[in-house]
Design a protein around this ligand. Structure first.
Ligand SMILES: CCC[C@H](NC(=O)CCC(=O)O)C(=O)O
Ligand SMILES: NC(=O)OP(=O)(O)O
Length: 317
């Protein structure tokens, strides 16, 4: 595996899960693999879990790590080719990317959707320039359309907690004050479809995700109906995808907030969220603090998913 940007890059999911659980048994058993290899993590957007878990995973493998927050300390970057650079951006991505590639062996990139140009977002314009010009293997730390390290950790967590072979997993939209990317729900849907669970997506009309990610999932506009018999409830906000509303907030309806009454409709479901979470917008305090909430365990598995991916990339250097 050269690059890691989506579920397909991992190949057989059962094999990948086996590797992840092997790492979880003793995360220091491969500590020589990354000796004298350097990971460069590049953030165009904020992060807590990805920043810490991916560094920890690299250190578990014996790697050196460097972190660059592009918008704090580096030169402001021009990303469009052909632009006359007489503004406030001293450096072009087309120089910065190969230069960064000189200093490392593997690159991780976080670059959220900007909601300025749907085609550029859904063609992964920023991530693909790192893949094309850095000369190094690249993995996504959440790009415009997917968050594969998160989704791999989500799958590991569901596999750890499921009580039946094919649990009912419900991805529910919930309100948020900002227009958030579709990357997490897109990616979650892609991995749930690949895992062949009973998968339902529920959201208000107008919040339909790109069909390439929805796949064979059942879409249910009645949230309570969707929750019936669920084994896992995965909550997330996202802005509208469908034109002409791309990147827009269409609803702030707090009747979609996940509360105890909704969770009572489920089969004593576990509650999941990638974090950070806006309490009492996405989910009530009581639900996220309940014994059925596994958001911390889910976040802990980010170290495992990152280490499984980095191990494969190191083995392929
Ligand atoms: C892992 C999630 C990252 C990001 N979340 C946010 O940007 C939340 C920001 C906020 O709540 O103000 C998202 O929704 O894609
Ligand atoms: N879930 C996740 O990726 O968290 P951060 O944005 O804090 O990295």
């Amino acid at each position: 595996m050269k690059n890691f940007t989506c579920v397909k890059d991992l190949g057989d999911l059962q094999v990948a899960l086996k590797e992840a659980f092997e790492i979880k048994k003793d995360r220091y058993q491969f500590c020589e693999l990354g000796k004298n290899k350097t990971l460069l993590m590049i953030f165009f957007n904020s992060s807590l879990r990805t920043r810490l878990s991916t560094q920890k995973a690299a250190m578990n493998l014996g790697m050196n790590t460097m972190v660059l927050d592009v918008n704090q300390g580096a030169w402001k970057l021009e990303t469009e080719r052909g632009v006359i650079m007489d503004g406030d951006k001293p450096e072009h991505l087309l120089e910065a990317v190969p230069v960064m590639g000189c200093y490392c062996d593997i690159i991780g990139v976080r670059s959220f959707a900007r909601f300025e140009n749907k085609e550029e977002d859904y063609n992964e314009m920023i991530l693909n320039q790192f893949i094309k010009y850095s000369g190094r293997p690249v993995f996504s730390m959440e790009a415009a359309t997917r968050h594969p390290l998160q989704s791999f950790a989500d799958l590991i967590t569901i596999e750890e907690y499921k009580k039946t072979a094919r649990p009912k997993v419900v991805l529910t939209w919930a309100p948020h004050p900002k227009a958030l990317p579709q990357a997490v729900p897109n990616s979650f849907a892609e991995w749930m479809n690949a895992a062949d669970y009973e998968f339902v997506i529920t959201h208000p009309e107008g919040y339909e995700l790109d069909p390439q990610f929805v796949g064979n999932a059942k879409v249910e506009y009645d949230q309570k109906k969707a929750f019936k018999g669920a084994d896992f409830v995965y909550a997330k906000n996202w802005a509208a995808y469908a034109d002409p509303n791309y990147g827009q907030i269409l609803s702030l309806d707090r009747s979609w907030t996940v509360d105890e009454d909704k969770m009572a409709l489920t089969n004593n479901a576990y509650f999941m969220h990638c974090l950070p979470v806006r309490r009492n917008m996405i989910v009530t305090d009581d639900v996220i603090e309940s014994p059925q909430s596994i958001v911390i365990q889910e976040a802990a598995n980010r170290e495992i998913s990152a280490q499984a991916v980095l191990k494969r990339m190191l083995e392929n250097l």
